[in-house]
Write a protein that binds this ligand. Structure first.
Ligand SMILES: [Fe+2]
Length: 401
């Protein structure tokens, strides 16, 4: 463990034994998941939906959370050491596949954990082992190209130095082991298919730019590494869309219709398909995730997380629901990230998370193109959003459907 002195992800991967020099030069292979195989997979899951356990969070009403939502981080996020104090108080929700619903009569889905597909007698990992291997080695080889990584003060407040020091401290929770990410490597890497500057200002005249903004301007070698990594991600995107379609069909169809409405760009067409309906991929790089909500994400939408690596612990913790969900590498969780505070419990080892999500501004862009037609019922949106819509004069484009 000589990683405390590492400056870059390339150095870190070699020092921690996650990649060796020889492997780093090989081209990663994508997992073969053609349309037929994806179709068969969805059918298999649909046939076995009865094997999802249901867990109702009594007393938790999602709509009242929406009604009282203000666009800010939960108050516990300012409590130092909250995660360490809170985790032991949470109820452990074990089991393979489960759907967590609120306690209202609508039984709104809050989260879905998917571990296996198939019947209990013939259960298989939801993410086949060869796909998981492909994702891990593809990720490490991509990181080896030292793509631009950043700090994320919302997700990782324990590693935020408030701009007072040049080098960040190692990531550490009270009582937990240090986990030294590279000192100039950042702890998050984001790939955007689409992005817009107007996140919080307005919902009209949105200018959507295309392409992975943060990494696109790299040299040829880095661009090549990005394309290789995107091809590695594509089968996972396809597979997760299948799981989402089966478990959450109504919301899936909203995401799919947004995806279909987004502009095509020949140069980046491959990127659009690789990332699919979740237009942004965040990768959390071996870093503790502190309690937060994702305020830029689609208000009523779902994100999907897949942890990778070799780690122990790392339960997915939902303090407002009073539960923690054990997760190992290659399992999936869908969650309403914008509305439900979440953090990752204490863990040791190496843990990398692939986070699939879409910014609300992308949905707003599509809504504007459709003349203001709302994708989710406006009455079920937060007050701040309703006000934004009502204050806005939306002028539809000619010919917009
Ligand atoms: Fe999050």
């Amino acid at each position: 463990m000589g990683a405390t002195a590492c400056m870059t992800w390339q150095e870190y991967l070699l020092a921690e034994g996650l990649l060796d020099q020889e492997t780093s030069t090989r081209t990663p292979k994508a997992f073969p998941l053609n349309a037929n195989r994806a179709k068969g997979y969805r059918k298999n899951l649909r046939d076995n939906l009865s094997f999802f356990e249901e867990f109702i969070v009594d007393g938790f009403d999602l709509q009242s959370v929406v009604d009282s939502a203000i666009k800010s981080q939960p108050c516990e996020s300012s409590t130092k050491g909250f995660e360490v104090e809170n985790e032991p108080m949470l109820r452990l929700l074990s089991g393979n596949n489960c759907i967590i619903r609120d306690g209202s009569s609508k039984r709104e889905i809050l989260a879905i954990k998917v571990t296996t597909s198939g019947s209990p007698e013939h259960a298989k990992p939801v993410i086949p082992a060869p796909l998981r291997t492909s994702l891990e080695s593809g990720l490490y080889r991509y990181l080896y190209s030292n793509p631009l990584c950043k700090k994320d003060p919302n997700r990782h407040k324990s590693n935020t130095n408030h701009g007072t020091t040049i080098l960040p401290p190692p990531l550490v929770r009270p009582g937990g082991p240090p986990n030294p990410v590279p000192t100039n490597g950042g702890s998050c890497h984001n790939i955007h298919t689409y992005s817009a500057a107007q996140h919080d200002q307005k919902i009209s005249d949105i200018k959507l730019s295309q392409g992975p903004r943060e990494v696109w301007a790299g040299g040829r070698q880095r661009t090549q590494a990005l394309y290789q990594f995107l091809s590695i991600l594509k089968p996972l995107s396809t597979l997760l869309e299948g799981v989402f379609q089966v478990t959450c069909p109504e919301t899936f169809h909203i995401y799919k219709s947004v995806f279909n409405s987004l502009p095509k760009n020949d140069a980046n067409r491959g990127i659009k398909d690789c990332l699919g309906i979740w237009t942004l991929r965040g990768i959390v790089l071996d870093a503790f995730t502190d309690v937060h909500v994702d305020l830029k994400d689609v208000c009523k939408g779902f994100c999907a997380i897949v942890p990778l690596g070799n780690f122990t612990g790392g339960n997915f913790c939902l303090p407002s629901l009073g539960i923690s969900i054990p997760m190992v590498a290659g399992e999936v969780i869908f969650l309403k990230f914008h509305l439900i505070p979440h953090y990752v419990g204490q863990w040791t080892g190496h843990r990398f998370s692939l986070v699939h999500y879409t910014h609300q501004v992308v949905f707003d862009y599509v809504q504007e193109k459709r003349g203001g037609q709302q994708l989710f019922p406006l009455a079920e949106m937060p007050l701040w959003y309703r006000k934004r819509v009502n204050d806005c004069d939306v002028v539809p484009e000619e010919g917009a459907s």
